[in-house]
Write a protein that binds this ligand. Structure first.
Ligand SMILES: [Fe+2]
Ligand SMILES: [Fe+2]
Length: 474
C-alpha cells in the first residue's frame, strides 16, 4: 500500500508547477502518509544562510501565519536539521534532554493553546545535493487523518523509524519538484521584472500618459474578475488559471509598441512642432516688414497663426484665413521668393481637430502593430502564445472599423473587447494630460455607451461596466 501511495505522491508532486500549490501538496501528502496532525515547510536561502518559514498546515487548529526567518544554527530544531543536514525524530519536544543543543520554542503553543509533542524533521536537497528546504512534521496521531486531536497526551504518538524511512524515500522527489518550482518562479519573477521595465520604458517616453498602462490593467482585470463571478450576466464565461496570466501580460504590454513611435509625434501638444512655429513667426515678421504692414495688421496675422496652432476645433472663419495665407507669396529684401505658409505648415495648421495630420495619426496607430511585432519576438510558452495577438486588439472595433487588423466582433478575443472599454475609459478620464482636460465620469460613460450603440464597443461588456459601476471598484 505504501509503495503505491509513494508513487502516487511522487507523480502528483511532479505535476505541480506553482510553488505555493506544490508546498501545499507536499505538506498534505506527507502528513497523510504518516498521519501527522500538523506540518511546516522552511525554504533555505543559501545567500543569507537562513530558513524562511513558508507554510504550515494543522488539522486541529485553524491558523493564520506569517512568514518569518530563523538562522541556520543549533539553537532551533529546524536550524539544527539544516545545519547538520540529517533527518531525525523527537518523541516529545517538551522532554528534550538537557545535553541537546537546541530547545523547543513554545511561543506558538502558548499563544494558540496547541500542544506540540512528537516531531519528524528532514532536510530536503536539490539535484546537486544542496540544501533547499527543511520539512517538519508534527504530532503523529492515532485518530484519523483530517480529524482534530483533542487529547494530546493519549492521541499523539511518536513517529516510527518506518515513518522516517518512508518520508526519506520521498525526499528526493520533493527536492527535485521544489527545485523546479523555485526555478520556474524565479524565471517568472524575472519575466515580470522585464515587463515592469518595459512599461516604465514606454511611459518615460510618453510622460503625458504616465500611469495609463497600470490603470488599464487594473480596470480590465476588475471587469474580467466581475464577469467571471457573475453567472447571470456571463453564464458561459469562466477564467482558467492560465487565463489570468495571459490577461496580465497582454494588458501590461498593450501599448509596448509606442516604443517604436517618434516621441515628437507621441507628445504633440500643438499642430506645429516648436521649431516649426518659431520659423513661421520669423517668416510672418519678415512678411509684415517687406509689405509695410501696420503693427496691428502684423499682430492680427500672428494671432491667427497662434489660434490655428491650437488643438481645439478649427473654426471655418479661421480655416478660410489659413487657406488665404497659404496662397501668399512674397519676396525678401534680396528678391528671393518665399511662401508665408509652406505645404507642410499649411497641412498641419489645417487639421480640423486635435494636433495630428493623417500621417502622424497613422504613425501613432502603428503602435499596436509594433506591439504585435515586438511581442512576437518573445519565445512564449505554448500556454501563453496568444499574448501578442491579444495585446494588440484594444483598438479593434466590433464593426470592423478599428485597427490594426479591422477585425469583426466574432474575431476579437473577449480580453481585447474588455481592454478596448478600459483603454477608452482611461483615455477620457485621465487627469494627467496637460493639453487635454479630463472628462467627468458621467460624460465618459455616455461616450462609451454611444460607442457601444454604434457597434464599436461590446454592448454587453459596456452595460456590465456601467450598471455594476466597475469604474468605482478600481
Ligand atoms: Fe493603444
Ligand atoms: Fe492604451
Amino acid at each position: 500500500m505504501d509503495a503505491k501511495k509513494v508513487l502516487e505522491i511522487a507523480s502528483l508532486l511532479i505535476s505541480k508547477k506553482n510553488l505555493n500549490d506544490l508546498i501545499n501538496e507536499i505538506l498534505f501528502s506527507i502528513r497523510e502518509l504518516v498521519n501527522a496532525d500538523a506540518g511546516s515547510i522552511y525554504l533555505y536561502d543559501d545567500e543569507k544562510d537562513e530558513l524562511t518559514f513558508k507554510y504550515t498546515q494543522n488539522d486541529s487548529l485553524d491558523i493564520s501565519f506569517n512568514e518569518f526567518t530563523i538562522p541556520v544554527d543549533e539553537n532551533s530544531i529546524a536550524g539544527y536539521c539544516a545545519l547538520n543536514k540529517e533527518a531525525f525524530t523527537i518523541d516529545d519536544v517538551y522532554k528534550i534532554p538537557d545535553n541537546y543543543p537546541f530547545k523547543f520554542n513554545n511561543d506558538f503553543d502558548v499563544l494558540s493553546g496547541y500542544r506540540t509533542k512528537s516531531m519528524l524533521l528532514i532536510p530536503i536537497f536539490d539535484a546537486k545535493n544542496n540544501l533547499i528546504s527543511v520539512l517538519q512534521l508534527i504530532n503523529k496521531k492515532v485518530v484519523s487523518f483530517g480529524e482534530k486531536v483533542r487529547d494530546f497526551e493519549n492521541e499523539v504518538i511518536s513517529f516510527s523509524s518506518e515513518d522516517l524511512e518512508l518520508v526519506k524515500s520521498l525526499s528526493g522527489i520533493i527536492g527535485v519538484s521544489l527545485e523546479n518550482s523555485i526555478l520556474y518562479e524565479n524565471i517568472e519573477n524575472m519575466f515580470e521584472g522585464f515587463i515592469k521595465a518595459s512599461v516604465q520604458a514606454v511611459e518615460s517616453r510618453d510622460p503625458i500618459t504616465k500611469g495609463h498602462t497600470e490603470r488599464v490593467y487594473r480596470i480590465t482585470h476588475k471587469i474580467i474578475e466581475e464577469m467571471d463571478k457573475d453567472e447571470e450576466f456571463f453564464p458561459d464565461f469562466k477564467m482558467r488559471d492560465i487565463d489570468w496570466k495571459i490577461l496580465k501580460y497582454a494588458t501590461l504590454l498593450h501599448d509596448f509598441g509606442k516604443i517604436g513611435v517618434r516621441e515628437a509625434v507621441l507628445m504633440k501638444p500643438k499642430k506645429l512642432y516648436d521649431d516649426q512655429f518659431e520659423k513661421l513667426k520669423m517668416k510672418a515678421r519678415l512678411y509684415a516688414c517687406v509689405n509695410n504692414l501696420t503693427k496691428e495688421e502684423y499682430q492680427d496675422l500672428l494671432n491667427d497663426l497662434i489660434r490655428a496652432n491650437e488643438p481645439s476645433l478649427l473654426e471655418s472663419e479661421l480655416s478660410e484665413k489659413i487657406d488665404k495665407y497659404y496662397k501668399v507669396k512674397f519676396k525678401d529684401c534680396y528678391g528671393e521668393e518665399l511662401e508665408l505658409l509652406d505645404d507642410n505648415e499649411y497641412k498641419q495648421l489645417s487639421v480640423k481637430k486635435g494636433t495630428l495630420t493623417n500621417e502622424e495619426r497613422k504613425e501613432i496607430e502603428s503602435h499596436v502593430l509594433h506591439t504585435y511585432e515586438y511581442l512576437n519576438k518573445i519565445p512564449w510558452t505554448k500556454e501563453l502564445k496568444e499574448v501578442p495577438k491579444i495585446a494588440c486588439l484594444h483598438h479593434e472595433k466590433l464593426d470592423g472599423s478599428g485597427y490594426p487588423f479591422g477585425l469583426k466582433s466574432e474575431e476579437i478575443h473577449i480580453f481585447g473587447k474588455v481592454m478596448a472599454v478600459a483603454d477608452i475609459f482611461d483615455a477620457l478620464t485621465a487627469k494627467d494630460r496637460p493639453y487635454k482636460r479630463a472628462v467627468p465620469i458621467d460624460i465618459a460613460l455616455k461616450i462609451i455607451k454611444e460607442e457601444a450603440d454604434k457597434e464599436k464597443l461590446d454592448k454587453k461588456i459596456v452595460e456590465f461596466f456601467i450598471t455594476k459601476k466597475i469604474y468605482n471598484m478600481v
